[in-house]
Design a protein around this ligand. Structure first.
Ligand code: B12
Length: 218
């Protein structure tokens, strides 16, 4: 990786951590003017900055207002990088229903996963956050979705993911509609336990979704 790119990625992350919206926008513009890869700008720059802000929250250096200003900076940077993401064509119109499970309002990670899925060619219906299990299944049936993507950042709301799978099983749809899950407390072993698929970050989520729809075709 070139030194300039490496430096800009670090500065992008720093500007998110420093809650500096204006600087984040300027750096994102410089990054794009140099023709660097926007995916990496998002994942290794902006999202990495948000991860570091999360660590500061855990260390009680940052509190809720700081985190919200960090996320404003991240979203401002996303507005610059996002139009430069190349749209992949998957061929068929594969559909994903995405949302944050009931009881949880953390949606930064979900929004990043959504962007990566859209740029991978999926049609994504976003149900937002604090979504009851039944709503995922209803919407997935209504649009004949291939995948339901569930996000949660809290241990207390993980069970909502299992509830979605149980509803699919009730309707005998578990083979037709794949469920992928992610978020801070989620692990592969939890996913295996409830019969879901797992990816740890937004770019891996997009790759997983592509694998799932291709598998279903074979
Ligand atoms: C930012 C943040 C907030 C923001 C949320 C803003 C927003 N609109 O999202 C604010 C300040 C509002 C907030 C509020 C609260 N928070 Co908070 N918050 C965080 C924090 C610091 C960072 C989360 C984040 O955005 N990370 C950055 C993103 C990019 O990462 P990510 O979400 O993990 O997503 C990535 C992957 O996980 C994955 N992924 C995510 N979703 C999905 C989905 C799929 C399908 C896949 C495949 C992958 C995937 O891809 C993403 C991108 O790479 C975390 C701590 C932490 N370090 O995680 C606490 C944390 C999640 N919060 C916590 C708590 C307790 C709360 C509150 C209850 C606090 C309170 N007392 O009011 C409230 C929640 C109220 C509610 N019911 O929802 C706890 C949860 C503890 C638990 N029980 O597990 C944490 C862990 C902090 C802590 N250690 O105490 N919070």
């Amino acid at each position: 990786m070139s030194d300039l790119k490496q430096t800009l990625l670090l500065q992008l992350a720093d500007s998110v951590v420093n809650m500096d919206e204006k600087m984040t926008v300027e750096l994102a513009q410089t990054y794009i003017e140099n023709n660097f890869n926007p995916y990496e700008g998002i994942n290794k720059g902006l999202a990495h900055g948000m991860d570091r802000a999360g660590e500061l929250y855990e260390e009680e250096e940052y509190f809720i207002p700081e985190l919200l200003m960090c996320s404003d900076a991240m979203y401002a940077g996303l507005d610059v990088l996002r139009p430069h993401l190349k749209l992949d064509k998957l061929g068929d119109n594969y559909k994903v229903v995405i949302g944050v499970v009931e009881g949880d309002t953390h949606d930064i990670g979900k929004n990043l996963v959504k962007i990566m899925l859209e740029t991978s060619g999926f049609d994504v219906v976003d149900l937002g956050r604090d979504v009851p299990p039944l709503n995922f299944v209803k919407k997935a049936k209504e649009i004949s979705a291939d995948i339901i993507a569930l996000s949660t950042l809290m241990t207390t709301t993980m069970e909502g993911m299992k509830a979605v799978i149980q509803l699919l099983e009730r309707d005998k749809l578990q083979d037709k509609i794949k469920v992928m899950i992610g978020g801070g407390p989620i692990s592969k072993s939890f996913a295996d336990k409830i019969g879901a698929h797992y990816a740890e970050d937004a770019s891996k989520a997009a790759k997983l979704a592509q694998d799932l729809v291709q598998e279903a075709q074979q």
